[in-house]
Structure formats: structure tokens, C-alpha cells
Design a protein around this ligand. Structure first.
Ligand SMILES: [Zn+2]
Length: 71
């Protein structure tokens, strides 16, 4: 993924990934996932702005589409 400046303040972004203190990665659950089993889509990449603190996160879009289509 090409490096893009912070969308808020245009400062260079720092690349990383979501991480809680445990051994599991952070994940995303869509509001469209209304079933009993809300499978978390793993957030595979994150970028943070060292200037203003803005954080953007990326998951695997194909994995999310699978979650949204799979009933
Ligand atoms: Zn910023």
C-alpha cells in the first residue's frame, strides 16, 4: 500500500497494525452483521499520524465482503 499523508493534517503517517495488550489482533464487526454469530474481521494494517493522532485502519476487504454476504 502506498504511503499517503495524514488526511487530517497532511503529515507523514506512521505504519503499523492494531494490537491490544493480549495476543489477539483487533478486529472489526459490521452493523450489517446481525446474525447470532458475529465473526470479527481481522484488522491487518493500521496507520497513525504522529502529528495529530489520527488513526486509520485497514482490514481485508475480501474477508469483510465474505462476512457481509454470508448469512
Ligand atoms: Zn495528522
Amino acid at each position: 500500500m502506498e504511503a499517503a499523508p495524514c488526511p487530517k493534517c497532511k503529515a507523514p503517517m506512521d505504519e503499523g497494525r492494531m494490537s491490544w495488550t493480549g495476543n489477539n489482533s483487533a478486529g472489526y464487526v459490521s452493523n450489517k452483521q446481525t446474525g447470532m454469530l458475529r465473526v470479527v474481521t481481522k484488522i491487518s494494517q493500521a496507520r497513525a499520524c504522529p502529528n495529530c493522532g489520527f488513526v486509520e485502519m485497514y482490514l481485508d476487504p475480501n474477508e469483510l465482503k465474505l462476512r457481509l454476504s454470508g448469512k
